[in-house]
Design a protein around this ligand. Structure first.
Ligand code: TYD
Ligand code: MG
Length: 453
């Protein structure tokens, strides 16, 4: 019996028996596309010709030494990878089209090649001459990188077999096609099949693979999320179009901490590393103004100071606006509700805009208190002292919870010239890093302390 076609979400890979306008799994609109069925194969009840190999866990020698890594010398990239590129690992680099993935990876390829790793850069989007022109613009024309312009997976595998590189970069996975699958390049089944074949083949030959995936908003092209589970490390390259900062974030890493970030600055001659992101994120800050608060955050293993900006204004609309950039909208609603319910400060009838300066996306709960401070400062039209940092988590009861790594946050603030901090009471009381500390146990106490209400 022929298997009927199924419908798959190109953003998250969820499959459905029939088409619908919105994916229930990820909530995206217009992402569900028809997929040809994979060949059914023999029934699941029939047995294979030979038994799979099994070993006793206890008989495996414990591996004391960490896996061998190659450093690119691009410190921000090496950090996000967990200390360098692990041998035979598979890495996915996702990001919006035009954000700078090809630029980053060409620079990385040149660095890895220069450090002695045989590196092959396969482009399915540009001809080799175009890649060369890009390399010239980046000042990398002399880099010992091998280039290939190819989309046929079988040819790429043959190239890998013959050339035996230590690293292959495939830009982008959506342009690759495997003749094992009938559907068009870019469809969910093609992207999955091509990723699977590439990673398994390369790993068996001791080669690391970097797959580039464009984040797609809608339509027939599968997004990088559909192959996240197949790779060891998932990195996303983020940033606001109008900003020069670009952030490489590890969202999954089998060989290092997740949530680690690398910060880059876009320049005419490519991406340059930002060694001290706090200084960069705060560089655009003007004189102290209402609604502006500096949050002492932790991104991965490193403290980062960023400015939280809020604007609160009477709303001309029947339903007041809530607009957030760089933070979670649901979390903002929660803070507003806690301020209203626990402190009696209403935001009804007021439009609220919240922005994390510099294009950084923050997901840490410790940002709660900084956001609350920015909202109150904007609402009361009262600026906080410019030399103050704020951090701490707010619970639904209005109680404040101490954040992790208090000491690191304070030290970073001190290093950047701040002299005071507002934070929750309790937690480990280590050094105050020379800052004058204002501590509060709950949100009401914080409002009284800071805004004298
Ligand atoms: P590109 O690397 O092609 O983006 P992606 O591969 O993610 O689609 O970069 C897009 C454009 O931006 C390209 O024209 C080059 C330009 N660019 C710079 O000029 N400087 C930079 O530092 C970066 C990252 C990009
Ligand atoms: Mg590109």
């Amino acid at each position: 019996m022929a298997k009927p076609n199924s419908y798959t979400c190109t953003a998250c890979g969820a499959s459905y028996p029939k088409w619908s306008g919105r994916c229930d799994a990820c909530g995206e609109w217009n992402t569900i596309a028809e997929e040809a069925p994979l060949s059914a194969g023999p029934a699941a009840t029939s047995l294979g010709a030979r038994k799979g190999r099994t070993v006793e866990l206890t008989t495996l020698a414990t591996r004391e030494t960490p896996p061998p890594r190659t450093q690119s010398g691009l410190g921000e990239l090496d950090r996000v990878l967990g200390g360098g590129l692990v041998e035979s690992s598979a890495i996915l680099v996702g990001g919006d089209p035009g954000i700078g993935k090809s630029t980053l990876l060409l620079q990385a390829a040149a660095k890895f090649a220069a450090s002695g790793l045989k590196t092959l850069y396969v482009s399915g989007e540009e001809a080799s001459a175009q890649v060369r022109m890009r390399a010239q613009r980046l000042g990398l024309a002399e880099a010992p990188v091998m280039l290939a312009a190819e989309t046929n997976l079988r040819d790429i595998l043959t190239t890998l077999d013959v050339e035996r590189p230590g690293l292959v970069i495939v830009d982008s996975i959506q342009t690759m096609w495997s003749d094992n699958v009938e559907s068009a390049p870019g469809s969910v089944s093609q992207v999955r099949a091509a990723s699977h074949e590439l990673t398994t083949f390369a790993k068996r030959r001791g080669c690391s693979v970097v797959l580039v995936g464009h984040v797609t908003k809608e339509g027939q092209i599968a997004g990088p999320r559909v192959i996240e589970h197949m790779v060891d490390t998932v990195l996303y390259f983020e940033g606001e179009r109008g900003h020069q900062f670009r952030i490489l974030r590890a969202v999954k890493n089998r060989f290092g901490p997740a949530d680690e970030i690398g910060v880059f600055e876009m320049t005419g001659s490519g991406l340059s590393e930002v060694i001290n992101p706090s200084a960069l994120f705060l560089s655009e800050r003007g004189a102290p103004s209402p609604g502006s608060v500096v949050f002492a955050g932790i991104e991965g293993t490193r403290p980062v100071l960023v400015e939280v900006q809020a604007l609160v204004a009477p709303s001309p609309h029947a339903q007041a606006r809530r607009t957030v950039v760089g933070w979670d909208g649901g979390r903002l609603a929660m803070i507003l509700a806690v301020l209203e319910a626990r402190c009696g400060i209403p935001f009804a009838g007021l439009d609220v805009y919240l922005n994390i300066a510099g294009g950084l996306k923050i997901s840490e709960p410790a940002a709660d208190l900084a956001v609350a401070a920015a909202l109150l400062s904007a609402r009361e039209d009262a600026a906080l002292p410019a030399d103050t940092v704020v951090f701490g988590e707010i619970s639904l009861s209005g109680a404040l919870r101490p954040a992790t790594q208090t000491e690191n946050r304070l030290k970073e603030a001190q290093k950047l010239g701040f002299s005071s901090a507002i934070l929750p009471s309790g937690g480990k009381s280590g050094t105050d890093a020379g800052l004058s500390l204002t501590r509060a146990t709950d949100l009401t106490g914080f409002v009284g302390e800071v805004f004298g209400a």
